[in-house]
Design a protein around this ligand. Sequence first.
Ligand code: SOE
Length: 397
Amino acid sequence: MSADQNALPELGVAVVGHSFMGAVHSHAWRSVDHVGTPRFRTRRVALAGRDAARAQAAAVQFGWEEGVDDWRSLIERDDVQVIDILTPGDSHAEIAVAALEAGKHVICEKPLAKDVAEARRMTEAAQAAAAKGVRSMVAFNYRQVPAIGLAKQLVDAGRLGEVRQVRAVYLQDWIVDPDFPLTWRLQKDRSGAGALGDIGSHIIDAAQFITGQRLTGVSGTVETFVKRRPLEATRTGANTGLGAEASSEYGDVTVDDAAVFFGRGDGGALMTFEATRMALGRKNGMRIEVNGSKGSVAFDFESMNELHFFDGTLPAAENGFRRILATEPEHPGVSNWWPAGHGLGYDHPFVHELQEFLGAIADERDPSPSFADGLQVQQVLEAVQRSAENDSAYTQI
Ligand code: SOE
């Protein structure tokens, strides 16, 4: 840390949750002061979990001063100004509303809540807090991938012309095995939805972010291929991924394994979406293609440093999709990292996300995406669920 950084104001941070997203966000909090132009000297004050011993072990592993078993105690502390919520969806609303009412800035994992009512309550609390200078943000990390930022810049600059079609898929396969246990991501009362909420929410946000169009209605269907699974065995050690241990008892899966839907954007675009955790062989296949009247862009997370751009204004005989390496300093988020061509990974966009959040706190503005953006995505998710329950009827948002 340079002498100048020592002069920056201190900002105490606490995270709630220490599984996959706890590990990823902790990694980002450890980096954020050392990348680009820091706005604060962040202090990683505490990590909260449900079990004291596991929280303490995670705090040591992930670099937090303390591990505690009660998130409420963090909200009461004067040395904590930021709460980062990384828990299952059923606790987001309670933690976020309490933290905002206590004057803490809040960043919260997506989807914002487990249902629209809770997301609305969080958004109202965020708006009331914003009037007092307290900031809140929902963590749609894929917005912060440089190639996705570049796609948005090309659309905004009119290089695609009128945006007419979007096709977005998010393909994973980590629950294909019927013996994979019934973790919280497979329980509706804890997560709100399955693949639809967990990864469908990302492609809804990315499609709307890139095109600047919001979905106005959707038609969709969902399926649960494996209807019963072993319950999850009590965890002992760290769990920094999606894996879990099975017990010998079984329970019902109450969420979708896969969802397919289409919708219309408010600018006239037709958008199709597929979210599944059953696409055997696909690990984190988040892909999005946008076609306009003058050009197209295509992104695939498995080659996350690339954006494919077709410029339809060039002569047909020598035209084709051009592979742009989105690693130039001009590309969004890249200039603070490595020389051109050296590339970023899954973890870097989470640092960009914190930079946006901390920049907004320092500049006294609302960060993007806001809780209101998270609420709108939640409304899309709920509209897909209603459509699916109603023979795929087209459902207004
Ligand atoms: C977090 O952003 C997240 O959506 C996880 O919840 C998913 O399970 C992961 O695979 C993609 O990232």
